[in-house]
Write a protein that binds this ligand. Structure first.
Ligand code: 5GP
Length: 184
């Protein structure tokens, strides 16, 4: 049995509200898939996803691409001993293959301060890809501390802590098909 958005909301008293419904997410992911397929029509890009938050978006997005592509994963710890992003990212699991000379699309769940992404861009650019672009599902515009280029953005969202569709609260809630806000 699968739950729809409303059933999840009714069953879990800790979820305050749905910010972006599963239907809205799926519509937008399909649009992004079409745009990305046009941009990469003459190459075979590598879609790099950041574990763990990015995997749900990654899995949906890749099935909306009409161009051949490869996938790879990076696991990083972005927060060092607190809830504040420091931008100092430790690579816990590196990419499986070389990205030198390749067209890389970094698939992110959310860009908040931008510090993690800035650091990741430096690490990946040092490996000399042919191109490096970013596709993030969510963009917390008002939380930005550094200016990082975002080529594809699913949704701009307010500066609130969100869960679902890959994003966790204490490692849980990643399975929710929508983006929700916890009760504060
Ligand atoms: P940044 O370095 O941009 O501040 O942090 C990005 C990372 O912080 C994201 O990849 C994600 O892991 C975490 N993060 C930022 N905002 C949220 C949020 O609202 N909810 C959740 N679950 N994680 C967040």
């Amino acid at each position: 049995m699968t739950f729809d958005d409303q059933e999840h909301l009714e069953r879990d008293p800790l979820i305050d509200q749905i910010l972006i419904s599963s239907a809205e997410i799926q519509r937008r992911v399909a649009e992004l898939g079409r745009e990305i397929s046009v941009e990469y029509r003459e190459t075979v890009p590598i879609l790099v996803s950041i574990l763990k938050g990015g995997v749900v978006f990654h899995a949906d997005l890749m099935r909306r691409l009409s161009v051949l592509h490869e996938i790879d994963f990076l696991s990083v710890s972005s927060y060092e001993g607190g809830t504040q992003s420091t931008g100092v990212v430790k690579i816990l699991k590196d990419l499986g293959n070389s990205i030198t000379g390749r067209d890389v699309l970094l698939v992110e769940d959310i860009v908040d301060t931008g510090l993690t992404l800035q650091y990741l861009r430096e690490i990946l650019n040092a490996r000399h890809p042919n191109s490096l672009k970013v596709c993030t599902l969510l963009n917390k515009v008002d939380a930005r501390q550094v200016d990082v280029p975002l080529e594809y953005v699913g949704f701009d969202i307010p500066n609130e802590f969100v869960i679902g569709y890959g994003l966790d609260y204490d490692e849980k809630y990643r399975h929710l098909p929508f983006i929700g806000v916890m009760k504060g």
